[in-house]
Design a protein around this ligand. Structure first.
Ligand code: ATP
Ligand code: MG
Length: 384
């Protein structure tokens, strides 16, 4: 019977037990190392490759050790976020965008999720911290004070049983224990004004359900800005909002960025948003960066077939088409990744070299890097 047919991804109970036993051993060891009482500073204080950068992702690997096998959600990701610039991260659902940003905040669901290799260097001004090895106490100081995150769905980020004012006050109090009650409230009101809320005294007393989606997202942005962070990570900040509110929120983010001179890591699958906001673009596919460069390079001269496909799949004003292009096939199974280019099975521009190992990074220009054999001739390879 068809129901009994063994699929390629089928795992027996015995195999699953063996995998979880192995996983427990690996994660126990990693957790033991992480939970040591005194972690010496040399293990996590480091130096930036380029002091102009705010964050440097260097060959980061974040895996989830699940009962059906190891999910390599982020598998060797490297890119920089320069100070005061916006970096857009794009790619289809499940390609590892959120896990990349969670790795930077050290918020990956442990013990199953672990950053097993690589460095994430964060420039906090006086010190450079390698987030991968940093102990929880150091991370607690970094989160909120130096880096903060705006999530996709504002309602789930706010606590429904507390007033807006109390929730923002709490963030400020936690990070600035020396401030008096009046000072904290004054700062909250100032933040509400900064994110464009007219009735600030009224909203201070309201509960989240009394606000519209756009206003709730403004509150989340106010919270994220409470301590003037150096880096704002916005994970699909406008996906849950309608188009006009989207434009307002993006305008707000752009203006605020100039005001407090912080960097933004903007995660989205909306290429329109990236084109409008980003200085640099990183394109991810199946846990790896397949192309990165300045926004101009990526939009005017996309080189990787996947990026070209993404560009063709978005509607263009004034260009009439019967049907929008969609990239055929789907992302390979994250547990069993092939050893050749991950995009090969969906690619319609393959060359002979594509039968070989996963392509290394080729430089098309000093800032434009592509992982595709089609760029091997024109570009220079990046030794890894
Ligand atoms: N807690 C978890 N346990 C196991 N696998 C996970 C976990 N969290 C994420 N993953 C896997 O990691 C991969 C990357 O997920 P991620 O959330 O980063 O995708 P994404 O690019 O942010 O997608 P989206 O655009 O839908 O938000 C996916 O294959 C997902 O199934
Ligand atoms: Mg995501």
């Amino acid at each position: 019977m068809s129901l009994k047919k063994k699929s390629a991804n089928y795992i027996s109970a015995k195999e699953s037990r063996e995998i979880s036993k192995k996983n427990r051993k690996i994660t126990k060891e990693l957790e033991k190392k992480r939970n040591r009482k005194h972690i010496p500073e040399e293990e996590y204080i480091t130096k930036m490759k380029n002091p102009e950068n705010c964050v440097e992702f260097d060959n980061v690997h974040t895996y989830f050790f699940t009962d059906i096998g190891t999910v390599k959600s982020v598998d060797g990701v490297s890119f920089d976020v320069p100070q005061g610039k916006t970096v857009g991260i794009v790619g289809e659902s499940g390609c590892g965008k959120s896990v990349t940003s969670l790795s930077l905040m050290q918020l990956v669901q442990r013990p199953a999720g672990q950053t097993v290799e690589g460095e994430i260097r964060f420039n906090s001004g006086d010190k450079v911290v390698n987030v991968v090895n940093a102990p929880a106490s150091v991370m607690q100081k970094l989160r909120g004070n130096y880096m903060s995150m705006i999530f996709q769905e504002p309602m789930t980020s706010l606590n429904p049983v507390f007033r807006i004012g109390e929730q923002i006050d709490e963030v400020i109090e936690l990070h600035n224990p020396e401030k008096s009650k009046e000072e904290v409230k004054a700062r909250t009101i100032e933040l509400l004004e900064m994110v464009g809320i007219a009735n600030k005294e009224g909203v201070y007393q309201m509960y989240p359900h009394e606000l519209s989606g756009g206003m709730r997202q403004r509150i989340c942005i106010a919270m994220a800005l409470a301590c003037d962070p150096k880096l704002i990570i916005a994970d699909e900040p406008t996906t849950a909002l309608d188009v006009t509110i989207q434009a307002q929120i993006l305008d707000l983010l752009r203006n605020l960025k100039d005001k407090i001179n912080s960097s933004i890591m903007l995660i989205t699958h909306d290429l329109g948003v990236v084109a409008e906001m980003a200085d640099y673009v990183v394109v991810m596919y199946a846990g790896r960066v397949i192309e990165k460069g300045t926004a101009r390079e990526i939009f005017k001269d996309p080189r990787h077939p996947y990026t070209i496909g993404l560009m063709n799949s978005k509607p263009v004003v004034g260009k009439k088409v019967d049907k929008l292009y969609s990239i055929p096939g789907s992302v390979p199974n994250p547990v069993n990744m092939p050893d050749y280019c991950y995009f090969k099975d969906r690619c319609n521009m393959c060359v002979d070299a594509c039968d070989g190992a996963y392509p290394c990074e080729y430089h098309v220009s000093p800032t434009h890097v592509v992982s595709c054999y089609r760029c091997a001739e024109g570009g220079t390879a990046n030794e890894q």
